[in-house]
Design a protein around this ligand. Structure first.
Ligand SMILES: [Zn+2]
Length: 265
């Protein structure tokens, strides 16, 4: 007996494929079957930031933790494996509540949150790979006031109360995009395929025009690293704060590994 992958009824009762507007009683009776020719996609994908991005849960009711252990349990419940807030309840409260918004929206999260004394003074946190390191010497009790001041001075791209978390999530998501590309490149080389390209994400220096574009439209922090490593986090942070950017800014964002899907999981 020959195996037929499609059951016979799909062949005999094939759905009517009818051009839109053609007089066909069956198509009228079942309008969902009407074939509407799709607009051909543009050669260059057109990006509409407002249509794609919405800020994740713009307001969260912040949890008040009675201890850092309680905050660590909340972080574990979001799938974060290693969490150490020491005794810094202000840091724990800010970080966990900031990340809850992303968790609720279906984003991936960090694998670990740990303290690091190596972070420069005045900087609250940094990301390496999928680990969030926070500065135990930072003034976490007043972080929302500090970040508001930085936004008003044009240093950071968002005045959202959790802008610092939005920025660090931008680093995590960019790192994940880069890891994905590397994985794909390795897979391709194992297949010994020829003529394939993996379109690696760029990591070359920003041009003077790009520096001008970012400083005029995003933030001063976005141009703080010549290799563009603060571009994606700052634009992502602005998007999460409810901003939309021009196509030129969004193309730059994508070229460095910025994600476009607001719910990437
Ligand atoms: Zn950064």
């Amino acid at each position: 007996m020959i195996f037929c992958p499609q059951p016979y009824r799909f062949v005999s009762n094939a759905m009517p494929i009818t051009r839109f507007g053609q007089n066909n009683d069956d198509a009228k009776a079942h309008p969902s079957h009407v074939f509407r020719p799709r607009k051909q996609p543009d050669a260059k994908p057109h990006f509409r930031p407002k249509a794609v991005f919405r800020p994740v849960t713009p307001f969260v009711y912040p949890l008040q933790f009675r201890s850092t252990r309680e905050a660590e349990r909340a972080a574990h419940a979001m799938g974060i494996e290693t969490v150490n807030f020491q005794d810094d309840l202000a840091a724990a409260t800010y970080i966990v509540n900031g990340l809850r918004r992303f968790y609720d929206a279906g984003y991936p999260s960090f694998r670990a949150i740990i303290p690091s004394n190596a972070i420069p003074n005045g900087s609250p946190a940094e990301v390496s790979g999928d680990t969030l390191r926070y500065n135990p010497g930072y003034d976490w009790a007043n972080i929302q006031g500090h970040q508001r001041g930085m936004f008003d001075a044009g240093l950071i791209s968002s005045g959202h109360p959790y802008a610092i978390i939005d920025h660090e999530m931008g680093h995590l998501l960019e790192n994940m995009q880069r890891a994905k590309r590397r994985h794909f490149a390795t897979w391709l080389s194992r297949q010994t395929l020829t003529g394939e390209t993996t379109h690696p994400l760029r990591c070359d220096a920003l041009s003077p025009q790009e520096v001008d574009l970012l400083s005029a439209n995003v933030s001063r922090y976005a141009i703080s690293q010549a290799d563009g490593s603060e571009v994606v986090p700052e634009i992502f942070c602005g998007l999460m704060g409810g901003k939309s950017y021009s196509e030129a800014v969004m193309n730059l964002y994508q070229s460095y590994g910025g994600i476009l899907n607001p719910n990437p999981v």
